[in-house]
Design a binder for this molecule. Structure first.
Ligand code: ASP
Length: 297
């Protein structure tokens, strides 16, 4: 049976500065182009999610891979998650410092007997699976170094903008996959991990129901297990847009959180909601790519 493939990506929710609007739009568009090309030629949802996220990890505009935020020690510390909806396999990784594409590691973990690896052990697992380490300095861009220098004066966890990246794909077999990758929050305490590698909070996918991927303040997102909550709403019959809006409203009302979410149901219908200033997102619709960053776009 051949289904209509579908793809939605996000480049993060937060106070995205004007200077990054065009790079966000261009990066989200390229991610959909790459991912959709794979789906259109019959490729798997996993391959499409991986390709879309790699584009954004390699793009230094986003807080994932190169361009990740720096923690208080002045290093990147990256997390990623991957889930496929046929067998509910999950791969998660946290605290990577020297791997350019954490989404590759999350996928390899998902395809192994493990579900969640951290730090040096995760990096060794990656190497053993053919994923090269890089120089940690290669992932640091001047913009983040400058922000880090300024933040050293205040020693606070700051959220000027969040630009974790994520993707949900549905392939021609009607199979779903979801992935997410982040450099976390600016000037985070070393060892800090947010929602991104936490299955159910940062990401979830179930072919029988749908999938969701979160972005925003991880400390709040995990408290309402946001992605799974959205998927549960789909199971109860909500449209993805309604499910997205409900979880963001609940997050704000119940724990005072600021975040965004993308949602897709098993039929490929999509939704997106956020209560931050902006959220970068793009998707395939009627033969073309739609890209948004502002509410009024
Ligand atoms: N959710 C990510 C985290 O808390 C950050 C973000 O999406 O901006 O690590």
């Amino acid at each position: 049976m051949s289904e209509k493939p579908q793809l939605i990506v996000h480049g993060g929710a937060g106070d995205i500065p004007d200077s990054l609007l065009d790079p966000f739009r261009a990066g989200c568009r390229r991610a959909v182009e790459e991912g959709y090309r794979i789906l259109d030629s019959g490729g798997s949802a996993e391959d499409a999610v991986e390709a879309a996220i790699r584009v954004m990890e390699d793009d230094e505009a986003f807080d994932a891979g190169k361009g990740s935020h720096l923690n208080q020690d002045g290093f990147v510390s990256m997390d990623a998650g991957f889930m496929e909806g046929a067998h509910l396999n999950v791969g998660a990784v946290a605290g990577l410092r020297d791997i350019a594409n954490p989404i590759l590691v999350a996928r390899r973990i998902m395809e192994s007997e493990h579900t969640f690896l951290i730090g040096e052990g995760a990096a060794r697992f990656a190497e053993a699976h053919g994923i090269a380490r890089c120089n940690p300095e290669d992932l640091i861009v001047p913009r983040e170094r400058e922000i880090w220098q300024a933040r050293r004066q205040t020693l606070r966890l700051a959220t000027p903008y969040g630009d974790t990246v994520g993707a949900i794909a549905r392939d021609v077999r009607g199979h779903l996959a979801a992935g997410v990758s982040t450099g976390g929050r600016q000037f985070a305490v070393p060892g800090r991990v947010g929602d991104v590698p936490c299955v159910g909070s940062g990401f979830y996918a179930d072919d029988a129901v749908g999938a969701a991927v979160s972005t925003g303040e991880g400390e709040h997102i995990v408290r309402i297990v946001m992605a799974k909550r959205a998927v549960d709403h789909l199971a109860a019959g909500m449209h993805p847009q309604q499910a997205a809006e409900e979880v963001i409203a609940y997050l704000a009302q119940r724990v005072g959180g600021r975040a965004g979410i993308i949602v897709m149901d098993r039929l490929g219908r999509m939704g997106c909601a956020y209560n931050t200033l902006r959220m970068g997102r793009a998707w395939w619709e009627e033969g073309r790519i739609e890209v948004r960053v502002n509410r009024e776009d």
